[in-house]
Write a protein that binds this ligand. Structure first.
Ligand code: ATP
Length: 643
């Protein structure tokens, strides 16, 4: 990116010596009280009302985030305007000085102007740097770190409230990317607005005003430059604004594809699809390059056009001033001030255009981020939602249909009642709808039709947290968080004591192998970190830790989705015993392909294409000679194969 700020020395033309010295002094103090003061002006974690439906338009969206910064924004804006006024005044003071120099004799000059010059020097050495420090500290220390943090914090909070279904519809990488790129972009928008844009507008108004003061005709070349400059600015902003949004989308697509390959690395390697994956990623990378090229073309065109235009500004203003001097209507000082001003505008014009385009470019990034961050939360606790009150653990599924927004698939008119403490086995071919039933019970999705009740309370009417607290779940593909083993088990009950954690791990047959764990950072046993760069666990070991976690949770309703599928038969036999112990007094729904694990259940439900086709005890269903009997015969104690 072309950094005009660096190239043209920004608006102040570099830090004055005193200003730098002051900064060095403050930093060398080591205790940074000044920094802490500015950094503490706004609390990015300030409580706020979480909206289920955030503003969908860009400016209301930003205004919402900007609310806690209002006071600081005003101060920064005012400081920018005052700085611009001082800078313009300095140029015209220079003009006056030239006139004074030429009007006085050397011997008289100091006597007449000494005091004024000393006052101006003091002003430049003290007030001007202080003003800059105030504005820079507001921007760099009070606004930028806090604004980005506030946006990131609120965006993550909002996204985390989204339902499981919402996450299943997008790439985790793309969501994370938007959460990461939106805050700095929003910060940049604010930075450009209060640093460059406010300053530039104030500077321009000040310059026009002072030029008019010197000689109103001097405004003519400036206005003749300003008009095409504004047209160019509008063109650049439009073109770059949309081009940058396209480029930003293309970059997000790259992240999505790359992360998709990494998260599915097993499949990639197993099917030896290395080249195919590279090709898939390259398509997106190439699209990102192409869109970025187009964006950069506009920057180059802008640069060339500016160069030409600024030539007219310098020649026009200085030439006009010289002409006025020849005519006798302008002093040497006016010529000096007008030409200095033209050179300053020339230096600033690129920076300002860059600031404007960056402003709109980052607005484009924020707009893209909003597609994720500003989506309404649809799966909500009702206004009058109360915590679930569990008395017995009766689960009732009333005429539930759920097709994931399609016409078929999922569940079709399911009616089931599970009595308190009943142990129910759920059997059916792959895709029959078993997991869907379990997900609906947890309210990961809202049912499309019908109702699910627990102890006569509709799960749609109770708080989601209380519902999920009442249900313990062990899944087929038990995933663990990238944290220590202890933290993973404590996830089931954060208030549990260490002996309780160990007791749960022992029951889940996990204690012994946990003691032998060590991660790459040397943490051992329960402190060993699981996952990335940490200890590698087998599927069975992971499942045992998940079991320990659920045991610690000790919820009154238990959902087991292929809970022991990753265990060898010896471990399974041991854990099965523990599981039976754990089921004591609880309502249990267990999905199993290995029928031997559910044969002892009170009741077995057989599903097919989203419907319940058989319902009874193991013996009863065998006697019936239906689908279950067929499964059982085929399995002879083994797996329910692909039927
Ligand atoms: P398995 O034994 O293989 O786990 P299952 O009996 O648990 O299968 P479900 O996962 O409930 O079956 O799937 C039932 C149907 O719903 C399938 O046709 C599946 O394609 C569909 N389905 C499941 N999850 C989703 C989803 N998130 N979005 C759309 N359709 C889905």
């Amino acid at each position: 990116m072309v950094d005009f700020h660096a190239r043209h020395g920004g608006r102040a033309g570099g830090f004055p010596l005193v200003q730098s010295a002051l900064w060095i002094y403050i930093a060398a103090e080591g205790r940074y009280p000044v920094f802490r003061f500015f950094e503490g002006l706004v609390d990015p974690y300030i409580p706020y009302e979480e909206a289920d439906q955030p503003p969908t338009k860009l400016f209301p969206f930003l205004r919402e985030y900007a609310r806690p910064f209002r006071r600081v924004f005003w101060l920064t804006g005012i400081a920018s305007v005052v700085i611009a006024a001082v800078e313009v005044w300095l140029i015209f003071y220079l003009g006056r000085l030239v006139d004074t120099l030429s009007a006085n004799r050397v011997s008289e000059f100091w006597v007449r102007n000494g005091t004024e010059l000393i006052l101006v020097a003091i002003f430049i050495l003290t007030f001007r740097p202080l003003l800059h420090i105030f504005q820079v500290a507001l921007l760099n220390n009070a606004i930028l770190p806090n604004f980005g943090t506030l946006v990131r914090w609120r965006a993550h909070r909002h996204v985390l409230r989204q339902s499981v279904g919402w996450f299943e519809d997008d790439f985790a990488g793309r969501i994370a990317n938007r959460i990461m790129q939106t805050p700095p972009a929003a910060g940049e928008v604010v930075f450009q607005l209060f640093d460059a844009i406010t300053f530039a507008i104030a500077y321009l108004i000040g310059a026009a005003f002072l030029l008019a003061e010197a000689d109103v005709r001097l405004m003519v070349p400036m206005l003749m430059w300003l008009l095409p400059y504004l047209i160019l600015l509008r063109w650049v902003v439009r073109k770059i604004g949309s081009a940058s949004e396209v480029a930003s989308n293309a970059r997000s697509a790259v992240t999505g594809r790359v992360v998709d390959s990494y998260t599915n690395i097993h499949a990639v390697k197993m099917f030896a699809h290395h080249n195919q994956e590279l090709g898939y990623a390259k398509e997106a990378i190439e699209e990102a390059r192409r869109t970025f090229q187009i964006e950069m073309r506009y920057y180059t065109i802008m640069d060339i056009a500016l160069m030409l235009l600024n030539g007219f500004l310098i020649v026009g203003v200085t030439g006009w001033a010289i002409k006025l001097w020849i005519d006798g209507s302008a002093s040497v000082g006016v010529v000096a001030a007008a030409s200095t001003l033209a050179l300053r505008l020339n230096a600033m014009s690129g920076w300002v255009m860059w600031a404007f385009t960056n402003f709109f470019r980052q607005l484009g990034v924020v707009a893209e981020g909003m597609k994720t961050i500003a989506q309404p939360v649809t799966l909500l606790d009702g206004n009058d939602a109360k915590p679930l009150v569990l008395s017995h653990g009766v689960v009732e599924i009333r005429d539930v249909s759920h097709h994931y927004g399609r016409d078929t698939g999922g569940l079709d008119h399911i009616n089931l009642t599970m009595k308190a403490g009943e142990k129910v086995g759920l059997v059916g071919q792959s895709g029959a709808g078993k997991s869907t039933l379990v997900k609906l019970l947890l309210r990961f999705y809202d049912v499309e039709q019908g109702d699910i009740l627990i102890d006569d309370q509709s799960i749609a009417g109770v708080t989601q947290d209380s519902l999920r607290r009442a249900i313990g779940m062990v899944q087929q593909d038990s995933s663990l968080l990238h944290r220590s083993v202890r933290e993973n088990i404590l996830y089931g009950n954060p208030t549990a004591t260490d002996p309780e954690v160990i007791a749960a791990a022992k029951k889940a047959e996990a204690h012994d192998f946990i003691l032998g764990l060590e991660d790459s950072e040397g943490n051992k046993g329960y402190d060993a970190r699981v996952g990335e760069r940490g200890v590698k666990l087998s599927g069975g070991q992971r499942q045992r830790i998940t079991l320990a976690r659920v045991m610690l949770k000790d919820a009154p309703i238990l959902l087991l989705d292929e809970a022991t599928s990753a265990l060898d038969s010896e471990a399974e036999a041991i854990i099965q015993k523990t599981l039976y112990g754990m089921m004591e007094g609880k309502t249990v729904i267990a999905i199993a392909h290995r029928l031997s694990t559910i044969a002892q259940m009170d009741r077995i439900i057989v599903m097919e294409r989203g419907r319940v086709i058989e319902d009874g005890t193991h013996d009863g269903l065998l006697a019936l000679g239906g689908q279950y009997a067929k499964f059982w015969a085929r399995q002879s104690g083994g797996f329910l194969g692909q039927l």
